[in-house]
Write a protein that binds this ligand. Structure first.
Ligand SMILES: Nc1nc2c(ncn2[C@@H]2O[C@H](COP(=O)(O)OP(=O)(O)OP(=O)(O)O)[C@@H](O)[C@H]2O)c(=O)[nH]1
Length: 170
């Protein structure tokens, strides 16, 4: 089974729950007293996806500001301008367990996600709601590997390398 490495970077303001989402996904654990991230942290998790295994290489960054929806828009602009063309963007509206005291209305976030063709999921790291599903959706948006000779496990011919030339430098 082919293994593909998917680089994931969590971006967002401080306290929105980035580390908690990763912790729930990788360790199925939630910590009420989780420490703020300093710099960035790195974790991995491998999950099956169709005929492939997807190894998520997850970079969890430290958030800074505290206006999460405006910051999200700034990040999306940066990613569109400087990110790779085939990037998959997913927006998580976290802390759904807090009900009405959440800051961003679902419709506003959903409309914004649709306008940039991003995945949108409302999650709760605390209650383990939609965390697996979020990463599964990302997995499914990754196009399958082309079935090239290198990917199929067919044999290939080793050819003898010509001897290195005896050219001298200078
Ligand atoms: N109620 C509730 N609290 C959450 C949830 N996710 C995270 N929290 C809490 O929110 C606080 C911040 O969570 P973090 O995961 O550290 O947030 P972060 O975005 O990684 O923050 P930085 O590392 O500062 O960028 C912690 O007290 C968490 O326990 C959630 O789904 N529901």
């Amino acid at each position: 089974m082919a293994i593909r490495e998917l680089k994931v970077c969590l971006l967002g303001d401080t306290g929105v729950g980035k580390s908690s989402i990763v912790c729930r996904f990788v360790q199925d654990h939630f910590d009420h007293n989780i420490s703020p991230t300093i710099g960035a942290s790195f974790l991995t998790k491998t999950v099956p996806c169709g005929n492939e295994l997807h190894k998520f290489l997850i970079w969890d960054t430290a958030g800074q500001e505290r206006d999460s929806f405006q910051t999200l828009k700034k990040w999306v602009k940066e990613l569109k301008e400087h990110g790779p063309e085939d990037i998959v963007v997913a927006i998580a509206g976290n802390k759904t367990d807090l009900g009405d005291i959440r800051e961003v209305p679902t419709k506003e976030a959903k409309d914004f996600a649709e306008s940039i063709a991003a995945i949108f999921m409302e999650t709760s790291a605390r209650n383990a709601v939609n965390i697996e599903e979020l990463f599964q959706k990302i997995s499914r948006q990754i196009p399958p590997l082309e079935n090239t000779d290198a990917d199929s496990h067919e044999s290939f011919k080793l050819t003898r390398q010509p001897p290195p030339s005896s050219r001298r430098c200078c």
